[in-house]
Design a protein around this ligand. Sequence first.
Ligand code: FES
Length: 594
Amino acid sequence: MKKTRKTPETLRSWRWYGAQDLRAFGHRSRTAQMGYTRSDYAGKPVIAIINTWSDINPCHSHFRQRAEEVKRGIWQAGGFPVEMPAMSLSEPFQKPTTMLYRNLLAMETEELLRSYPADGVVLMGGCDKTTPALLMGAISMNLPAIFMPAGPMLRGDYKGQPLGSGSDTWKYWAELRAGNISEADWQDVEDGIARSPGHCMTMGTASTMTSTVEAMGLTLPGASSIPAPDSRHAQMAALTGKRIVEMVWEDLLPSDILTPASYDNGVTTALALSGSTNAIVHMVALARRSGFDFGIDRYDELAQRTPVLANIRPSGKYLMEDFFYAGGLRALLRQLGDLLDTAQLTVNGRPLGENIAAAEVWNADVIRSRANPLVASDGLAVLRGNLAPDGAVIKPPAAAPELLVHTGRAVVFEDYNDMAARIDDPALEVDATSVLVLRNAGPQGAPGMPEWGQLPIPKKLLEAGVRDMVRLSDARMSGTSYGACVLHIAPESAVGGPLALVRNGDLIALDVPARTLELVISDAEMDRRRAAWVPPAPKFERGYGALYLKHVSQADKGCDFDFLEPVGAAPIVADSTAGATRGAVARDGEPEIH
Ligand code: FES
């Protein structure tokens, strides 16, 4: 349905600025206090810039400057920019895990937009959880929105060799523990692995999610592949600012752009990139915010038809800087051809197909064709069985192929501290065929479902040359990690999932082609163990942590809060000021202006 173009009087911010009453006087006089005159804002779209800059987030260290470039674009297009700082979710520093706080940033984003005079929003994020968090909030608020990705950092450098975030950390850490490199070598890795602003430049969660949301139409075309320090990144920031102003006049909303087909496009893209396993949790959460019942099995269905075309670490050879020079995401999307629904609308008002029609591949080893994929299909697999009734996830291309069908005896760690204390104990009864099991590492158990799922290989096995083993947990794994790691086991052990019932020496059978994960014990024995199970004490008694424990969903439901999701398909209702909005977000209604 064609929309009526907005007028100044129908802007949401008009409620704050346009009236001739005491309240509007207050808003105008306080805007004058900041040095603005009426000509700066009267009748113009107010654009919120939600900026996740922080002194403690190295991935966003260029965001102060980028916010100025976004503002430049907004001013040029006739908008009024208002920068709003929000929680940064700095992956390297925030403990126990940024995942614990993803939903808090989502809430902050939604409530900033609801409570202030925003007509549209530029979302500035990129470091892992910031992308889903900002978009979860923006989807629920459903104002015109563009995501401005931070961009990957430059390649790392170690003795002339490129280093990749995370992946090479795990690799050289293993070599240090095995005695193959010196402390001085390790120091060189430390100094050279992160040498510019920007998010991790391997295909970790950051690159996966920024690319995925670009494919869903939520960024300007090509935005996610540009390295953070590149001048084209600054140009993209200014163009993002220009475009959001026009989107407000057009009343182009996230609900106009996000459809089941655009979610399929996003997941197909994540799979073609051999993206992070974390994306599955975030995509389920985002889709449920949109009111779509998008389950993990859809992810598996798409994996079975999608080839891996991006030759990027940890599954491949190159880094995001190489990917950009090879043509970037647009070139990869064009290679996907009929696996994408190219009729889907994007933030520039054009269908995806138009945005990628002229994209070319400049290096056919970095961006493969469908005739020459890195992996033919199954970039990710969803497993089920008596150990994971609600599902578990593995990334087959990141695992040693011989471990994809494997039966071994369990070596169980009760929690992270137990694992850290015993994993390198020479007396630990473990061999290369064992299955390492970590429990109490899920959304409730850890809490926050940290990236503990790449359990370290025991030192004595590392020294014997072992580099991969089957590992099981209810945790997540960094997108830059690799190995035969079965993750996101649901229900998690802390709520009584079968992972809680595994004992040392039990046989565990993994069969990735058959999509199964089984604990080889009888149903009667499983029932006996379940009856004797005692739940762990809650980790938080007060504050945000207590709220989190009370409301967080399991991994297969996206780990969102139950009270933030539109449960089931939400009806579309008309909102005279915000255009068509979904029922579950229309509770925003008319803000009361004080
Ligand atoms: Fe920020 Fe990896 S630490 S993206």
